[in-house]
Design a binder for this molecule. Structure first.
Ligand code: PRP
Length: 211
């Protein structure tokens, strides 16, 4: 199935991306910069949402306007995806939010699910998955399969800061229909499946290292 990759080029994204990559950026600044990138990526990722014509009364006259036809479902992947949630809610304040928790096994790099809080029926709803890091692609594949199980159809939008070529390749071998918006397609994964050059662990850099 198609996996469309959109590397969003914008001077503000490039500027913030440099700060999130910097190992000396403190966690508080890292979260701020991540959110800035999230807003700019979300603006691009939401470009294709369907609108319909409405009439609106300005203080002077009536004129034509447009409104979103349906509200998307936004799905942050815990933990790191929480860093994009505020950005998504700023742009889509009426979107429902579903939560998926996945921790990558340090040895096998396989996703280990621990939370699934999605709306029962996703039929007819545009799903937008938020996860800053698309490394092997395992966490994203797992998340998108849960969405499809709940009835999601059509293209699932994915918003990430960094994507690795290996992860995109894996997803292209699946039957998932995805449109991925990222700030950078990085070079590769290292032998511990971290994205290189990358930014380290996006969860730890926002919330600290779990015990
Ligand atoms: C990281 C990242 C993604 C996942 C990407 O999460 O936030 O969810 O790994 O890796 P993959 O593409 O190889 O599956 P992690 O498991 O470290 O959990 P965290 O967000 O709680 O730090």
């Amino acid at each position: 199935m198609p996996v469309e990759l959109h590397v969003v080029e914008h001077p503000l994204i490039a500027d913030s991306l440099t700060r999130v990559r910097d190992k000396d950026t403190p966690n508080a600044i890292f979260r701020q910069e991540l959110e800035r990138i999230g807003i700019l990526l979300m603006a691009e990722a939401s470009r294709g949402l369907t609108t319909h014509a409405v009439r609106v009364q300005t203080p002077l006259t009536e004129t034509a306007g447009r409104q979103l036809t349906t509200q998307p479902i936004v799905v942050p992947v815990l933990r790191a995806g929480l860093g994009f949630l505020h950005a998504a809610q700023e742009l889509l304040p009426n979107a429902d939010v579903g939560f998926i928790g996945v921790a990558r096994d340090e040895n096998t790099h396989m996703p280990k699910p621990y939370v699934n809080k999605l709306p029962q029926n996703l039929a007819g709803r545009q799903c937008i998955v938020l996860d800053p890091m698309l490394a092997t692609g395992g966490s994203l594949e797992h998340t998108c399969r849960l969405l499809v199980e709940r009835g999601a159809t059509g293209t699932i939008i994915v918003v990430c800061v960094l994507a690795a070529p290996e992860g995109i390749e894996l997803l292209r071998k699946t039957d998932l229909d995805l449109s991925v918006y990222t700030a950078s397609l990085d070079e590769r994964l290292n032998d511990t499946a971290f994205i290189v050059p990358g930014l380290g662990d996006a969860g730890d850099r926002q919330f600290g290292s779990p015990a």
